[in-house]
Design a protein around this ligand. Structure first.
Ligand code: AMP
Length: 223
């Protein structure tokens, strides 16, 4: 199974991707996480990506595609994987089809209204060590400013500052939104309302995935 999590920044697709990954045993590949790691380590790729990321723009397709190709072709992705934050535009979608043409794409578009997105992004905090994600309003830590998972300090992502959030949403509308129509026509596409509680959104996603898994089993046995 190749699951693509579409949706604007802050819609909760990363959180849902983690839950889906745990339940179904697929690795989640987040291009944002891979890039942030490269920036943190100061690799040549990280240095190239850093400026665009801090300004809320997209990193060049070539860099991101190379990263994704290496990852999806690794052995732990043989059964399937979940993509979070990739593709971000039509050329990236085409390249993904070339990299892994065999597997059917299931697209889950995690949607949320713009005012809620802005609220969620500006109150998001991440752990400076393990990267766990919290929210000052809907999912705060037990001890203020300290990660529940590993006890390290929480920080705000550079690109969760108000002026950068605005730019990220603009970039989403300009580049990524076009993928909705593209995938609706081409693959299995489901829109998921992410306004509900995390566990309820997850339940809706599981219902969809169970149906898709059953369908693909039927096809396999009939062949
Ligand atoms: P995210 O964590 O998915 O919100 O990504 C954070 C930032 O990483 C984005 O604002 C982009 O600068 C960069 N990025 C992540 N994924 C991609 C992608 N598929 N294509 C280009 N840039 C990306």
């Amino acid at each position: 199974m190749k699951i693509i999590l579409l949706g604007p920044p802050g819609s909760g697709k990363g959180t849902q991707g983690d839950l889906v990954g745990k339940k179904y045993g697929f690795p989640k590949i987040s291009t944002g996480d891979l890039l942030r790691q490269a920036v943190k380590e100061g690799t040549p790729l990280g240095k190239k990506a850093e400026v665009s990321m801090s300004q809320g723009g997209l990193v060049s397709d070539d860099i991101v595609i190379e990263m994704v190709r290496d990852r999806v072709l690794s052995s732990d992705c043989q059964k399937g994987y979940i993509l979070d934050g990739f593709p971000r535009n039509i050329p990236q979608a085409h390249r993904l089809e070339e990299i892994d043409p065999e597997r059917q794409e299931i697209v889950l578009d995690v949607c949320l209204s713009e005012p809620t997105l802005i609220d969620r992004l500006s109150s998001r905090r991440i752990c400076s060590r393990c990267g766990a994600v919290f929210n000052l309003v809907i999912h705060n830590t037990k001890k203020r400013g300290i990660c529940d998972e590993c006890g390290a300090e929480l920080i705000q992502r550079q690109d969760d500052r108000p002026e950068v959030i605005k730019e990220r949403l603009r970039v989403y509308h300009e580049n990524t939104e076009a993928l909705v129509e593209y995938y609706k026509k081409k693959y299995v596409y489901h829109c998921i309302n992410s306004e509900a509680k995390i566990e309820d959104v997850f339940k809706s996603i599981c219902t969809i995935l169970e149906k898709e898994i059953a369908k693909s089993r039927e096809i396999e046995t009939s062949q």
